[in-house]
Design a protein around this ligand. Structure first.
Ligand SMILES: NC(=O)c1ccc[n+]([C@@H]2O[C@H](COP(=O)([O-])OP(=O)(O)OC[C@H]3O[C@@H](n4cnc5c(N)ncnc54)[C@H](OP(=O)(O)O)[C@@H]3O)[C@@H](O)[C@H]2O)c1
Length: 279
């Protein structure tokens, strides 16, 4: 498993992480198998959030691995807070309370990374800074970041928060390429990217995308999902990919993406086959 050296820190993280959003309702033995398979593949990074399964995902994770200090040391644990029932909350009090809950459920006394889950319009950045300071000084959280935030929102936080904001977790996949589209369509009227015919056109695009992915999966002798992961990993921004599968076999299949480097032509072919038109 290739690793990514995280800028402004000593962290080295595997380029594929396991997302734990859906494990809350799974039997413990299956979660145990899922985690062990991931670890065997070098996927030692686990992505959580306090709200996944209403807290159950974190609980089940710790129970399934029978968490001990030795096991804990082999993992990089990330969790998120800030989403509440019907509102977002980056208040000092809520951040501190959330982290205590997360640590208890994960049966650990520290988090490697804490992310603020979704922008809170009513954020008081001084409160975030204060909370992060307390969490850092107490050793409860070693590193910090955000999720779903735009650059200006991050800049605002950076003015107040002392610790570097190392991560911004964002949605990106072959079928959700907004981040890439914007860069390719600078100064263009993006009429081409609009879908005027609704689902029938989407359906044709999917067929074309599947055809291209099938072809590349055959070429690299991997599964289609490995190609989908390899497409993200090929981007020079060194993006860590969080896989959401709950299936151990698929974890092993997708881990193979770490050994594939798609060519520039292949990367663009996939992008175009998903229905994107180059300017
Ligand atoms: N920061 C945020 O706001 C945010 C938002 C969403 C997610 N996340 C994180 O990102 C992770 C991934 O989320 P996601 O939305 O990408 O994934 P997801 O929707 O949670 O899971 C992927 C789904 O696709 C299925 N799947 C995967 N590979 C497949 C294949 N080859 N064939 C058929 N089905 C397949 C999985 O089923 P199987 O389980 O059966 O494989 C699962 O139902 C989450 O666990 C979470 O950690 C973060």
């Amino acid at each position: 498993m290739n690793k990514i050296k995280v800028a402004n820190s000593d962290l080295k993280i595997p380029e594929i992480a396991l997302g734990c959003m859906r494990i809350g309702e799974m039997p413990l033995h299956e979660v145990n198998k899922l985690i062990n398979t991931a670890m065997d593949e070098g996927i030692t990074f686990f992505d959580h959030a306090d709200i996944y399964g209403g807290g159950k995902s974190e609980e089940v994770f710790a129970s399934a691995v029978k968490m001990t200090p030795a096991k804990r040391e082999q993992m990089i644990l990330q969790s998120k807070c800030g989403i509440r029932e019907g509102f977002f909350d980056f208040s000092r009090k809520h951040i501190l309370q959330s982290v205590d809950g997360i640590l208890k459920r994960l049966q650990t006394d520290y988090l490697d990374i804490l992310l603020l889950h979704r922008p809170d319009s009513l954020v008081e950045p001084e409160e975030v800074a204060d909370a992060f300071d307390l969490l850092y000084k107490s050793g409860k959280v070693l590193n910090f970041g955000v999720s779903n935030q735009n650059p200006m929102q991050i800049e605002l936080l950076k003015k107040y928060v002392k610790q570097p904001l190392l991560f911004n977790q964002l949605q990106l996949s072959i079928m959700r390429t907004g981040m890439i589209d914007a860069g390719l369509n600078v100064n263009m009227k993006v009429e081409n990217s609009l879908d005027h015919d609704g689902s029938i056109l989407d359906y044709c695009r999917l067929t074309e995308l599947n055809k291209v992915i099938d072809k590349l999966a055959k070429k690299y002798t991997v599964t289609n999902s490995a190609i989908a992961v390899a497409w993200i990993l090929r981007h020079p921004a060194r993006i860590q990919t969080i896989i959401g599968t709950t299936n151990s076999t698929r974890v092993s299949h997708m881990a193979k993406a770490s050994h594939i480097r798609l060519s520039r032509e292949e990367w663009y072919e996939i992008y175009r086959s998903a229905g994107n038109i180059l300017p």
